[in-house]
Design a protein around this ligand. Structure first.
Ligand SMILES: [Zn+2]
Length: 220
């Protein structure tokens, strides 16, 4: 499961942190060393691309022995050191999550658009149904005999009478729409339906079932 995201730690030099004595390598008499301001951080990254950085810690690191001073840099001092400095952590690690959020928003928008288009198609189709047409619906909202909700499956228009549209519904149903998709080839056959029992739907009901998404698709 861990292949699509990874976490790790990183270190990067922010800027020069001045000259001072190093408790590890300066020796006696102490020689002054040049220090770097170094940021260490943890990151999460999705698909090696969309990153998120947390736990930034800044320390002064000796450029000679590469040991960090065991001291907390006061916030005000740190802020003034960071002033005008470029953040050395790679942009994708820091801001990648924003691109991910943007992609998700776009994805959701596209999904809404497509589902809106689909429901318009269904509505158009329901406006002039023809005998033999198969619709996909939550059958538990249309017909008795489906004890669990939802009960996704096909319904087939078998007759148009004065009392309304006569449908036969599937013998089997699914609690997920994708279950129905697996049966698309089988549902052309009459044996897929409970042909003993017809459900009659009026013109108004048919429109309402389409608009409310109970009838959510049709089979081409
Ligand atoms: Zn040192």
């Amino acid at each position: 499961m861990d292949v699509w995201w990874e976490s790790g730690t990183g270190e990067a030099v922010v800027c020069d942190a001045g000259m001072r004595g190093c408790p590890i390598c300066s020796g006696t008499p102490p020689e002054r060393r040049r220090f770097d301001l170094v940021v260490s951080y943890k990151y999460w990254q999705l698909f090696s691309l969309f990153g998120f950085v947390r736990n930034r810690q800044y320390s002064r690191v000796c450029s000679n022995c590469h040991n960090a001073l065991n001291e907390l840099i006061p916030k005000a001092e740190l802020d003034s050191m960071l002033q005008g400095k470029k953040d050395p952590i790679p942009l994708l690690l820091r801001k990648g999550w924003m691109a991910w959020v943007a992609l998700c928003v776009v994805g959701i928008g596209v999904a809404f658009y497509l589902s809106d288009q689909k429901s318009k198609d269904v509505a158009k189709h329901l406006a002039s149904p023809r005998v033999g047409q198969i619709y996909l619906a939550d059958l538990s909202k249309i017909s008795n005999g489906y004890p669990s909700q939802p009960a996704y499956g096909p319904m087939k228009l078998v007759r148009i009478g004065n009392d309304g549209y006569h449908f036969v519904t599937a013998r089997f149903s699914y609690d997920k729409k994708r279950g129905v998709d697996h049966d698309l080839s089988k549902m052309k056959s009459d044996s897929y339906y409970d042909t003993e029992d017809e459900d009659v739907v009026t013109r108004e009901e048919l429109t309402r079932l389409g608009n409310s998404g109970v009838i959510y698709d049709f089979v081409e």
